[in-house]
Design a protein around this ligand. Structure first.
Ligand SMILES: NC(=O)C1=CN([C@@H]2O[C@H](COP(=O)(O)OP(=O)(O)OC[C@H]3O[C@@H](n4cnc5c(N)ncnc54)[C@H](O)[C@@H]3O)[C@@H](O)[C@H]2O)C=CC1
Ligand SMILES: CC(=O)C(=O)O
Ligand SMILES: [Mg+2]
Length: 369
């Protein structure tokens, strides 16, 4: 099979879908790999390193002409003209928050496997979690940075000092991103509260952090009360496949002291703050609404590519090898993880959760393969 790896075009997206080590695996399996000139530069990988493992350096057009295109982020509008019938696209897509992209993929009859929807039988999301670990850790760093007065924040040091209160970090959603945010916030010396709707998850968190994190059931009144005294609020909720639920109202944000900071990691699925549905970029990452700084970058790990490229490809390479080895319909009949991850097929939207959220028709995949 021909496999193409384009250079990422999203703002400050410095990751690349595969480093040379991963490309080498695919070439070893007998495939031809086209890598766009400069695709690895942001991650510190020169073109020569790809050439050395046998990749063909190519133009964007040649890379996109491959049977399978493996990316990091969703195609942006300037890439839509590369979409074509029969193309197998393997990348993050977040369709429940991006109707124009869904329509472009359907119109072009692209078969897409979305990283964030590849799901194991136990419900875990093996291709999302490595980036959620990174985004969670970053969220705590970003919160502490914007709390500084010189960055527009209220001017609080999360660690406090003896005799002066510590900063308070409230994390809504105690999954992979949320617990990593909590871990780093605790390390920075903050007082941390995590809210989740899953009581079993709260028990695990309590054990994991030896009781050093306050856990609370996520409901409207606990969220509102927690935010009243929060310095940093972190959104880390996920309903897989769906647009994120709006859990924090404008009034709750209004009631937070001015100069507090919101970091909505879940913005890639639409975000959980009523005041914060606007997506930002690393070039201009924040805006102020109701006196509170909102940070809403949808590709947070793009800023730490020398960590994130490797963490992502460590997870994606296994499924890439499977996708390259067999025709898609046959593979999907035997691999349930990838069956769940296949969200558009031959002009049909096969992700029921997103279809409902963006108002498009849904066709079960088993009717198409
Ligand atoms: N902005 C960025 O660059 C990145 C964003 N993400 C996003 O971060 C979000 C979280 O991902 P993960 O941590 O991997 O998901 P996860 O599935 O590990 O955790 C989500 C948690 O939300 C909880 N939850 C569901 N409804 C809730 C509610 N009403 N209140 C409180 N908690 C609730 C679930 O019980 C679960 O524990 C996703 O939207 C993901 O796409 C991930 C990586 C990078
Ligand atoms: C998960 C995601 O949106 C990212 O890594 O950019
Ligand atoms: Mg206020």
């Amino acid at each position: 099979m021909q496999i193409g790896i384009p250079k990422e075009l999203k703002n400050n997206e410095n990751r690349v879908a595969l480093p040379p080590e991963g490309v080498h695996e695919l070439i070893h399996d007998g495939h031809t790999v086209y890598v766009e000139h400069g695709a690895g530069i942001g991650s510190g990988i020169p073109d020569e390193a790809y050439a050395e493992v046998g990749a063909t350096l190519a133009s964007a057009a040649d890379v996109w002409a491959s049977d399978m295109v493996m990316k990091v982020k969703e195609p942006i509008e300037s890439e839509y003209h590369f979409l074509r019938p029969g193309l197998l696209l393997y990348t993050y897509l977040h369709l429940a928050a991006n109707k124009p992209l869904a329509e472009a993929l359907l119109k072009a009859k692209v078969n897409s496997v979305a990283y964030e929807n590849v799901q194991k039988d136990d419900g875990s999301l093996p291709l999302l979690s490595p980036m959620s670990e990174i985004a969670g850790s970053l969220a705590a760093q970003i919160g502490t940075q914007y709390l500084q007065k010189n960055n527009g924040g209220k001017g609080i040091l999360l660690a406090g000092v003896p005799g002066v209160r510590k900063g308070r970090v409230v994390v809504i959603g105690g999954g992979v991103a949320g617990t990593n945010a909590a871990r780093v916030a605790l390390g920075l010396g903050a007082r941390v509260t995590i809210l989740d709707i899953n009581v079993d998850r709260l028990k695990e968190i309590d054990e994991q952090f030896n009781g050093r994190v306050q856990t609370l059931l996520s409901n409207t009144s606990n969220i509102a009360k927690s935010l009243l005294t929060a310095d940093v609020a972190i959104g880390a909720v996920l309903l897989p496949g769906h647009r994120a639920p709006t859990l924090v109202s404008r009034q709750m944000v209004h009631d937070m002291p001015n100069g507090s900071v919101i970091v909505d990691i879940a913005i890639d699925q639409g975000g959980i703050f009523e005041t914060g549905s606007k997506v930002t970029t690393w070039d201009d990452p924040t805006y102020v609404n109701e006196g509170v700084i909102h940070y809403a970058v949808a590709n947070m790990p793009g800023a730490v590519p020398q960590t994130a490229t490797y963490a992502l490809s460590n997870a994606t390479i296994h499924y890439a090898q499977l996708l390259a080895a067999k025709p898609l319909p046959a593979l999907l009949k035997e691999n349930k993880d990838l069956y769940r991850g296949t969200i558009t097929y031959d002009g049909h939207l096969t992700l029921g959760q997103a279809a409902a959220d963006i108002g498009l028709d849904f066709t079960p995949l088993n009717q198409l393969i």
